[in-house]
Design a protein around this ligand. Structure first.
Ligand SMILES: NC(=O)c1ccc[n+]([C@@H]2O[C@H](COP(=O)([O-])OP(=O)(O)OC[C@H]3O[C@@H](n4cnc5c(N)ncnc54)[C@H](OP(=O)(O)O)[C@@H]3O)[C@@H](O)[C@H]2O)c1
Length: 257
């Protein structure tokens, strides 16, 4: 099959690309650095022509509701429009478990953007698969980097069931090469353990001596993303439970963070 991966240079896009290629599929690796801009629509038509499916792994790093909603609505509208024109038979989107729930996204502008993205795909009338993933182990580095001032790191209180991005990528790749659904299909995946961001950061720090390129001396959590995020709203109920634990992932991760 020929599959377009939008955001192929990103964390999950690169892993999905690898899974697809090693199982013998052709991948169109699309991102701005490869001449495709999903926000303006530039290059989308050429990238989609002749493909069977597109996987949206696009991202913008922002906590601003305005920026996130603008980015995810522009990109998903463009993907839907060009997918219809070029006759794609399956659109897949990497979503965040719980992010579309108003109780969860009330204090999170980025999640509001993700909620809009899901809504646009689900209303598109195209065969759509939304893969609802919990937070990846890989996310913690980024959270720590963004939430640190000198030796102090204040993470949001997040109760979560983190999963290895590679396991999510394999699931997304498998969904992309399977028969498309007749309407909207939702698949959820989580990791085997329930933990918090601060506990994960401490475990990574203990294992690697660094987390997010830092050695925080004070590592605390504050519930600034709201009660639902702090109390389990990010943990899906009806879900695939992957078997890679944080300890196993730390053993696999090749370089210190
Ligand atoms: N991190 C988590 O724990 C987690 C959990 C569940 C779901 N997700 C979702 O997974 C998705 C992918 O996240 P990620 O961390 O893998 O992303 P990432 O590493 O930040 O990569 C984003 C990708 O999007 C591309 N991109 C950005 N703007 C673009 C544009 N206008 N046109 C074309 N390409 C563009 C980037 O390449 P260029 O810069 O070259 O354009 C890059 O390839 C996100 O939607 C996120 O919400 C993340």
């Amino acid at each position: 099959m020929k599959i377009v991966v939008l955001g192929a240079t990103g964390t999950i896009g690169a892993k999905i690309t690898e899974h697809l290629q090693t199982t013998g599929h052709e991948v169109v690796q699309a991102s701005r650095s490869r001449g495709v801009d999903a926000a303006t629509g530039e290059g989308l038509h050429d990238a989609f022509t002749g493909a069977n499916a597109v996987i949206d792994c696009l991202n913008i790093e922002t906590l601003s509701e305005k920026k996130a909603v603008r980015f995810f609505s522009k990109t998903s509208h463009n993907v839907v429009r060009v997918a219809r024109r070029t006759g794609l038979t399956h659109v897949l989107c990497v979503g965040i478990a719980g992010a579309a729930d108003p109780k969860v996204n009330a204090a999170n502008g980025y999640y509001k953007g993700k909620a809009v993205q899901e809504k646009i795909y689900q209303a598109s009338g195209l065969p759509v698969t939304v893969i609802h993933s919990t937070q990846w182990f890989e996310l913690i580095d980024n959270l720590v980097r963004r939430a640190s001032v000198g030796p102090v790191t204040l993470l949001p209180t997040m109760r979560m069931a983190p999963v290895a991005a590679d396991s999510v990528a394999r699931l997304v790749a498998d969904c992309a090469v399977a028969d498309p659904p007749s309407g909207v299909q939702r698949v959820a995946i989580r990791g085997p353990e329930i933990t918090t961001g601060v506990d994960m950061a401490q475990a990574i720090l203990a294992a690697h001596g660094r987390v997010g390129g830092r050695r925080p001396r004070i590592l605390k959590q504050v519930p600034f993303l709201g009660k639902a995020t702090a109390t389990g709203g990010l943990i899906p109920q009806d879900t695939i439970v992957d078997d890679i634990t944080l300890e196993a992932w730390l053993g696999m991760a090749s370089s210190p963070t």
